[in-house]
Design a protein around this ligand. Structure first.
Ligand SMILES: O=C(O)CCC(=O)C(=O)O
Ligand SMILES: [Fe+2]
Length: 307
């Protein structure tokens, strides 16, 4: 893949193949992207574009199921299952499963939606490939901070499939309101034709994330900020309806550990960088965000031990 057309892509571009050749520079680039933006495009990532296309087709077929069937996709944790269009978000619906690394969760999802053998195969192949990429990115993000760790391998990786019913009437309205992701990192397969996703830059301005077929967008969430002792940015982003075309996206998020508290590792804490946030379990943090209705990372401030 060439990166020649990148003038129209404002967020940093991380080329996964360059890590082997030019280690130091590339890890520095990753660290800058994580600290200054909290989001970046990933190119040359080894996931075949054919698999991405097939996955999108399966996702669109699943959304075509009767609403009654989609409702079988129940929540395991809040927001992990089917979300029908509602008053607040009439143009948006979402299907999902809690952990794409868990054969049980995948199996439950397949039976809830009565998926065909072909759909199962595509979903399983995609889940495996995207989980590998997510773990690889997790390791590289730790390494760019000077740490060698496999920490993220046991953290659940949530899969969320989104459909935006954009029509001529909805142009100018919102698809998904501004938020930061709750977990560590999200790999987004954004629609390769229909734009609308926007990320907030360091000056507080929203910049468009233009479609780029065959690539992924990575967003870092609140857990990444907590884990990095405030260094990584939990990027705020939103989806706006810019054109009257149905839009799909597929988001895979490494959340946080099932058990135990999250905190910055000792290597990232010293007298110049005192620990910023009190340790907390992922589940408690998720509930805190939800009960306080803090969608853009403000809940982290409630854990502040240091100004
Ligand atoms: O639809 C998109 O491109 C992004 C969706 C998103 O931000 C999310 O699922 O957290
Ligand atoms: Fe998001």
């Amino acid at each position: 893949m060439t990166v020649g057309d990148n003038w129209k892509h404002v967020v940093p571009i991380i080329d996964m193949q360059e890590f082997d050749q030019d280690d130091v520079d590339h890890y520095r680039k990753l660290r800058e992207a994580a600290e200054e933006w909290g989001c970046f495009r990933v190119v040359n990532h080894n996931i075949p574009v054919g698999l991405m296309t097939q996955m999108k087709k399966v996702v669109s077929e699943l959304f075509d199921l009767p609403t009654e069937t989609k409702r079988h996709n129940i929540d395991l944790i809040t927001g992990s299952g089917y979300l029908a269009p509602n008053f607040a978000n009439p143009n948006y619906e979402s299907l999902g499963l809690h952990d794409l690394g868990s054969p049980q969760d995948l199996g439950a999802f397949f039976s809830q939606l009565d998926a065909s053998p072909h759909q199962r195969e595509i979903l399983e192949t995609y889940a495996k490939a995207i989980h590998e990429l997510a773990l690889d990115l997790g390791k590289k993000l730790a390494k760019c901070m000077g740490l060698v760790t496999d920490l993220f391998k046991d953290w659940p990786c949530q899969l969320r499939m989104n459909k935006y019913h954009f029509t001529p009437e909805t142009v100018g309205s919102s698809g998904v309101l501004v938020h930061s992701d709750c977990g560590f990192l999200t790999i987004v397969q954004d629609d390769e034709n229909v734009g609308g996703l926007e990320a907030m830059d360091n000056f507080g301005a929203f910049v468009p994330i233009r479609p780029w077929p065959g690539t992924f967008l990575v967003n870092l969430g609140d857990v990444a900020k907590l884990w990095s002792n405030g260094r990584f940015r939990n990027v705020k982003h939103r989806v706006e309806c810019k054109e009257s075309s149905v839009r799909f996206s597929i988001a895979s998020s490494i959340l946080g550990p099932n058990e135990g508290e999250m905190e910055a590792p000792p290597e990232l804490v010293d007298t110049e960088h005192p620990r910023l946030y009190a340790p907390i379990t992922y589940e408690d943090y998720r509930k805190l965000r939800q009960t306080k209705r803090m969608a853009t990372g403000e809940a982290l401030e409630l854990l502040r031990t240091h100004s």
